[in-house]
Write a protein that binds this ligand. Sequence first.
Ligand SMILES: C[S@@+](CC[C@H](N)C(=O)[O-])C[C@H]1O[C@@H](n2cnc3c(N)ncnc32)[C@H](O)[C@@H]1O
Length: 271
Amino acid sequence: MIKSMSTVHELLSKADNISLLDSQLILGSVLGCSRTWIIAHHNDVVCEKIQKNFLSKLKRRMGGEPIAYILGYREFWSQNFLVDRNTLIPRPETECMVEIALEQLPNTPTTVLDLGTGCGAIGITLATERGNWHIIANDISGSALKVAQRNAFNTKNIAFFRGNWCEAIRPGSINLIVCNPPYIERNDNHLNHLEYEPLSALVSPDRGLYDLRQVIKESRSLLVKDGLLILEHGYLQRDKVYQLLHNHGYINIEMFDDLSGKPRIALARFR
Ligand SMILES: C[S@@+](CC[C@H](N)C(=O)[O-])C[C@H]1O[C@@H](n2cnc3c(N)ncnc32)[C@H](O)[C@@H]1O
């Protein structure tokens, strides 16, 4: 119930089963204030309109909706990326992919393809970190691309287009391909915790390997000689992905763990 006069402290105490951090972030977003401000103004009174807005967002969070969709953004590589229900929420493990990509090639003219860009987190981060690289980013979802384009409003060296993996890209034109494709099996229990995110960004047929296989197969013709492919995959797919890369003629295959020590990233060269 909404009291006409509630303080910041009273509102925050209505949160149940979610972290204090989340409720402070939600209140900060409806007030347009930082978390530090919230902490310093516990006894300030909040008007009825803000209370209503806060309580409705709090209810969504207590119902299990990810905080990123409620706030409308997620931090990735220290930049806030807009997200909505059409985009996957970028994950910290994907930052490892970015790190590996940046280690591979210097800041000299390089053409990079970000396949399945979602909200644009990988492609835009690479474009920001490497001003001399030219990034091309695609996605099959037009709605996700709209979000990515908004995130890139300040980024000159990236271009987006709608496409199905490697279709419509000039053969032999790409130095580096990065891709975090859908790789979860349809009946995987993890999906129960991911119900708010688009299934088309998460699920792939053939035990989660269909899209990985397509990207591995199709990327070959796009890469220049010695071009690189970096893939994110499920933590139980390491050996299968290695085998697929090997069977499709890639060399110098390296498999990397994410920050929690799970095998999640593959790097390979195509000659
Ligand atoms: C796991 S999400 C990754 C999103 C983003 N790159 C990230 O790492 O946060 C997979 C993305 O691939 C896109 N996708 C799925 N099938 C595709 C296809 N056939 N061609 C291009 N993109 C596709 C989805 O729409 C989704 O945005």
